[in-house]
Design a protein around this ligand. Structure first.
Ligand code: UTP
Length: 467
């Protein structure tokens, strides 16, 4: 074993990782040494040391103001929805938009044994989340006669199956040059009490994806950010894999982002109740921040304006538009995205004895970055309110849970599509399941052009574009 590696580990109190070295086969010794060299041990030590320092959130919230917002009621906004749509149309026709989809999560709550994007969610079609998202991108590109490239983030666990799935399905119609799949980084888990890095098995560190905020570093390191610039993209529409309702490159959202000259815009919903489990977007000293629901004291969450509306009203749904130039600026700033600490149960092996340890309570810290931590650095950041029924139904939990299950997500899709058909003056019989393919119509307006008013729909129907 290299003495320098041994010394390096010892100087950071991580020499326990070599306790079982002599028992490893020689080829595994090599890969393990490479894995160890790749870890930034000083960073791990720094992160563990400051794990108990929390931001003074009550002090921040005491100075909180509502974020600059475009509300659903257009009378409250400085620009009209039609002006926003027009701006977005121009940018889209000009090929200024790309899309970032983050799909590197472990999907532990859902408990599906494939990447979450491969979950069959279409109520009638059984289409997967990936297919639905990509069909929206392809349909939008066709609408504007411009390409809209997709930058798709995976993690070591989801990368290979995701690539295979896209290859086997001809990328669901996306041109080869318009798809870049890139893998995010990982961080080792440490023992919460001692800061010692844990082993998942002999010769293998316990690592996990570095959070959706890992997107920025990974996009940069894999050349995606340079590619975006070279293609002349000015804005990246960002969303998460679990929400099939997302209106990708939605015109009003993108339009307000452009008109406000915002560097980072975020979609929000008006919170249903003060304690709803979503991130809260607030403005503090002129900068936007997300305060997680778990950090928001109940008394502050319940504060209301004289008209009865919540003071802290804006719930983030993790849909953003980033300026490409802003992202370029942020990659230069190492600390733009801090690491958060999450206490987790992490099974591991004792390096000395090789014994497997299955803790029954949280024993370890995982380090994760969150993409919304870019908000305070962004100039002219805004939030744009969207209608929850039209925009947000995340798949998080397995069947049987109360919220965000396959059943609740399918019900939200059916109700959105039924509403679109009714707006197109079709008559949808009660209890009938409808599904509208993104290839058939991307929104209620497009659907209205295709449906003859008075059309009766009295059996389950999937509206799909014929090839
Ligand atoms: P969640 O935080 O909901 O995590 O991710 P998850 O992996 O889907 O589910 P749980 O918590 O393990 O049950 C929100 C979005 O961020 C992506 C996920 O793929 C999802 O689109 N994500 C999360 C990443 O891409 N990388 C990460 O490291 C974490």
């Amino acid at each position: 074993m290299s003495q320098s590696l041994k010394k390096h580990l010892r100087s950071h109190g991580q020499e326990h990782l070599l306790d079982h070295w002599s028992r490893l086969p020689s080829d595994q010794q090599e890969t393990f040494a490479d894995q160890l060299r790749a870890v930034d041990l000083s960073l791990i030590a720094r992160l563990h040391a400051r794990r108990d320092t929390v931001e003074d959130i009550p002090a921040m919230i005491a100075r909180a103001e509502p974020p600059p917002a475009f509300r659903l009621d257009p009378a409250k906004n400085p620009f009209s929805p039609s002006k926003a749509r027009q701006s977005a149309d121009e940018a889209l026709r000009d090929g200024q938009l790309g899309v970032v989809l983050v799909a590197g999560g472990q999907g532990t709550r859902l408990g599906f044994d494939q990447p979450k994007g491969m979950y069959p969610i279409g109520p009638l079609s059984g289409k997967t989340l990936f297919q639905i998202h990509v069909e929206k991108i392809v349909a939008a590109a066709r609408r504007y006669g411009a390409s809209i490239p997709l930058y798709l983030m995976t993690s070591p666990a989801t990368d290979e199956p995701t690539r295979r799935f896209f290859a086997e399905n001809d990328r669901f119609g996306l041109a080869e040059e318009d798809l870049r799949i890139f893998c995010q980084g990982t961080m080792p888990a440490v023992d919460a009490a001692t800061g010692k890095i844990l082993l998942a098995g002999p010769g293998c560190l316990a690592v996990s994806p570095d959070g959706h905020g890992g997107m920025l570093a990974a996009l940069h390191a894999t050349g995606g950010l340079a590619d975006a610039r070279q293609r002349g993209l000015k804005h990246l529409f960002y969303f998460q894999v679990d929400n099939p309702l997302v209106d990708i490159c939605g015109r009003e959202f993108v339009g307000y982002h452009l008109l406000a000259r915002s560097e980072l815009s975020s979609q929000v919903v008006a919170k249903r109740d003060p304690l709803e489990r979503v991130g809260n977007i607030i403005s503090v000293d002129g900068r936007l921040h997300v305060i997680e629901y778990s950090d928001l004291p109940e008394s502050l969450a319940r504060r209301r304006h004289p008209d009865g509306s919540l003071e802290i009203w804006a719930g983030s749904i993790a849909v953003h538009v980033f300026d490409v130039a802003f992202l370029h600026r942020m990659v230069e700033q190492v600390d733009a995205l801090p690491f958060h600490h999450a206490m987790k149960i992490v099974p591991h092996v004792d390096p000395a004895t090789g014994r497997r340890i299955e803790p029954d309570a949280s024993n370890a810290i995982k380090f994760e970055r969150f993409i919304f931590d870019l908000l305070p650095s962004a100039h002219r950041a805004i939030v744009v309110e969207v209608d929850r029924k039209e925009a947000f139904a995340p798949l998080k939990n397995a069947s049987g849970d109360q919220h965000d299950t396959p059943e609740t997500v399918r019900a939200a899709m059916i109700s959105q599509h039924t509403e679109w058909l009714r707006r197109a003056r079709a008559e949808v019989a009660d209890g009938v399941t409808v599904e509208i393919s993104p290839r058939f119509a991307l929104d209620a307006d497009e659907l209205t052009e295709k449906i003859v008013p008075g059309t009766k729909i009295d059996k389950d129907t999937h509206f799909e574009e014929r090839d």
